[in-house]
Design a protein around this ligand. Sequence first.
Ligand code: PLP
Length: 472
Amino acid sequence: MALHQGASGDGGPERRRLSLNPFFGEADPVGGMTAAPPTHRLPDGPLPPSTAYQLVHDELMLDGNSRLNLATFVTTWMEPQAGVLMGECRDKNMIDKDEYPRTAELERRCVAMLADLWHAPDPATAVGCSTTGSSEACMLAGMALKRRWATRNADRYPASARPNLVMGVNVQVCWEKFCAFWEVEARQVPMDGDRFHLDPEAAAALCDENTIGVVAVLGSTFDGSYEPVADVCAALDALQERKGLDIPVHVDGASGAMVAPFLDEELVWDFRLPRVSSINTSGHKYGLVYPGVGWALWRSPAELPEELVFRVNYLGGDMPTFALNFSRPGAQVVAQYYTFLRLGREGYRAVQQTARDVAGRLARRIGELGDFRLLTHGDELPVFAFTTAPDVTRFDVFDVSRRLRERGWLVPAYTFPANREDLSVLRVVCRNGFSADLAELLLEDLRMLLPELRKQAGPLDTDTAKATSFHH
Ligand SMILES: *Cc1c(COP(=O)(O)O)cnc(C)c1O
């Protein structure tokens, strides 16, 4: 057995001290009570971790409860195992393909699974990538459309021609951003009567030689309805026959591209339509992953101009990348792969069917109350919009939203865009984790509030511009 001795005391390696990270400070009960760190200026000195944690934690208690947030499409519940995996990957940067080759491989597998799910003609040649969400995916898809058009029109652009993109007025704000950021004219088809999304003929009528593409939304954020993608393609086929214009379609499937493949297999909206050149989805919506991950896929490399693709180092070679960001967390991509593996097609079908059953039943029960008129029924996206019945004059949707909030429910009320600015609605997004039981509790609260609402002299706030306005 070794015989140990004490320190020699002559300045050898034993004199070395451990270095302390400033984060390692001990809690100091007295200091903790006197320290009053500023909130809008970097504090002069450090705080003990437990103190800092408690300060931040306590402030966040006033955030709404995400599970009761029926405004958002974004995932608010995942299994503990998914949370563990995400914790294990929170230090991995998605862009470091060379350092984290397995994370890169999981991303590749997710793209391959989506190409197959969306019926790419040859899944082996379809190209795609992960993004921070659908917004980034739409920017990438829009850029590809614009660049393809610019290449076809090199004699006229940028000299004289101004590119345009055709869409319904109900598109998510990311398309208005795309048009503003990349200097593309947004040509929007207005709503008309009871049509709250894109009309195929009206879309074709807006197209000309400067149209870079048409956006069809699978799952409108305003009311949860699917836009008629196949009819849009057919109208553009007819346009091509008449005028020779060959206009590609991008499907914004932020929500629907992860619902329709499981619940509406007969619906043809994806790469089975030759005119569909690209599709995006939000992995963090009905892809069932915490924010933020999205996906963008192109039918084949021909739809994605080479000059937009950059290369990063990968296992001594280089890997093509297409992204706005450079650094991005890898955890969400890992969680997407986990969820694909965990659920499979049957699992996704069961989860989405449950959400749609909850939506359909809740919509029906709200319709039966008599005070409301349903615009949609939750039978496409598990989402429905409703307004007050024509004879209801004492309260409006904004009153309902406000009163529900007192009970903890976040149900947004907002006004529709052109040409239905006269219409204000409430919208309920049913997601995984919003169970039939929670829906029943929401209905009970609504039922309890109605007698009071009916007794009001009139709507409380007639300035609807000040009302909540969630379009996400
Ligand atoms: C949510 C949504 C977007 C934006 O997606 P993010 O993932 O939040 O960036 C775009 N289009 C539609 C149809 C959406 O529902």
